[in-house]
Design a protein around this ligand. Structure first.
Ligand code: SF4
Ligand SMILES: [Zn+2]
Ligand SMILES: [Zn+2]
Length: 310
């Protein structure tokens, strides 16, 4: 138990937000968390008042926080609509638990959860893909990420959403920025927390309203608001490099609070500079499936071709 007083109101504190050195009581923690998300959305012009927002919900704490906070924020915008969607990748013993939590959360907010599965969209589950992928093929998470992005975009088109919101937080973003640097893929940093992209035909813009909240912040919010979420690790355990960076960054953030935010801001600066100099890539139709892409085949078709699915 924490024996400190809330820096804002003097009530007993339940949470220390390290990077701002604030001790917070439950009510101030909730209020400041919601304010931060509101600020992130405004700062990057992520949402419009009359948006139909598809919210990707995994059943974990980040997307639970995202859905809950957005439902509260959007209550002030009667023309906005929220459509929670879970992508069922088909990971036995893992995604099913997440789905139960996602259903509970959506119905507690009076929303109906939509579920789309890899099996229906691509004819196979992630478990199938992992079992049958050729030796030396890319990791489970790379398949999972590319296919999930496509699945969310198809759901958004089908459900008439204007924008897709996902629950990536500051830790995720800082890891991604460093991963891209370590792999020498710095141009990818252009996708860091940024203004909502103008729509490209066939591609619904994506936004990440939680990028100014750390994992600790979302855990505190989900825990104290008693949101239903599951917290078991994926059996494919995530990418090794990301896991290493998570450990390294946790350690750094503990020693020097503010490290994550500094990396996020560096990523934003790099993204702005890259944006200014960028020539918009030509968008064409994938030769296999017709989805927008900058190459002959879209990423999904290239991956499915690699595992011999076509
Ligand atoms: S850890 Fe990897 S395989 Fe598991 S759900 Fe996340 S991205 Fe998919
Ligand atoms: Zn307080
Ligand atoms: Zn394709």
């Amino acid at each position: 138990m924490m024996h400190s007083e809330c820096s804002k109101c003097g009530q007993p504190a339940v949470y220390l937000r390290r990077h701002t050195s604030e001790f917070l009581c439950k009510s101030c923690m909730v209020k400041t968390t919601e304010e931060r998300v509101r600020r992130t959305i405004n700062r990057h012009k992520m949402l419009q008042d009359d948006d139909r927002i598809l919210v990707g919900v995994s059943g974990g704490k980040d997307s639970a926080t995202l859905l809950h906070v957005l439902a509260r924020i959007e209550a002030d915008f009667p023309e906005a609509q929220i459509v929670p969607v879970t992508i069922d990748e088909g990971i036995e013993g893992y995604r099913d638990k997440g789905l139960t939590a996602a259903h509970q959360l959506a119905s507690s907010l009076g929303l109906e959860l939509q579920v789309r599965s890899f099996k229906d969209l691509f004819g196979r589950t992630l478990d199938d893909i992992v079992r049958t992928r050729p030796v030396g093929s890319i990791g489970a998470c790379s398949f999972c990420g590319v296919l999930r992005r496509r699945a969310l975009n198809s759901a958004a088109l089908e459900l008439g959403a204007d924008v897709v919101a996902t629950g990536h937080n500051m830790d995720d973003e800082a890891q991604t920025i460093l991963m891209n640097m370590i792999r020498g893929d710095s141009h990818r940093i252009a996708r860091t927390n940024r203004p909502r992209d103008p729509p490209i035909k066939g591609l619904v813009p994506r936004v990440k309203p939680l990028t100014e909240l750390t994992t600790r912040d979302t855990v505190a919010y989900a825990y104290h608001m008693e949101l239903p979420y599951h917290d078991i690790p994926c059996p494919y355990a995530g990418e090794a490099l990301r896991n290493d960076l998570r450990t390294f960054l946790n350690d750094m953030e503990y020693k020097r609070p503010g490290t994550l935010l500094a990396i996020l801001r560096s990523g934003e600066t790099i993204a702005e500079i890259l944006d200014r100099g960028s020539v918009t890539k030509e968008v064409r139709a994938c030769e296999k499936c017709g989805e927008p892409t900058s190459s002959r085949l879209c990423k999904v078709c290239a991956l499915l071709e690699e595992i011999g699915a076509w």
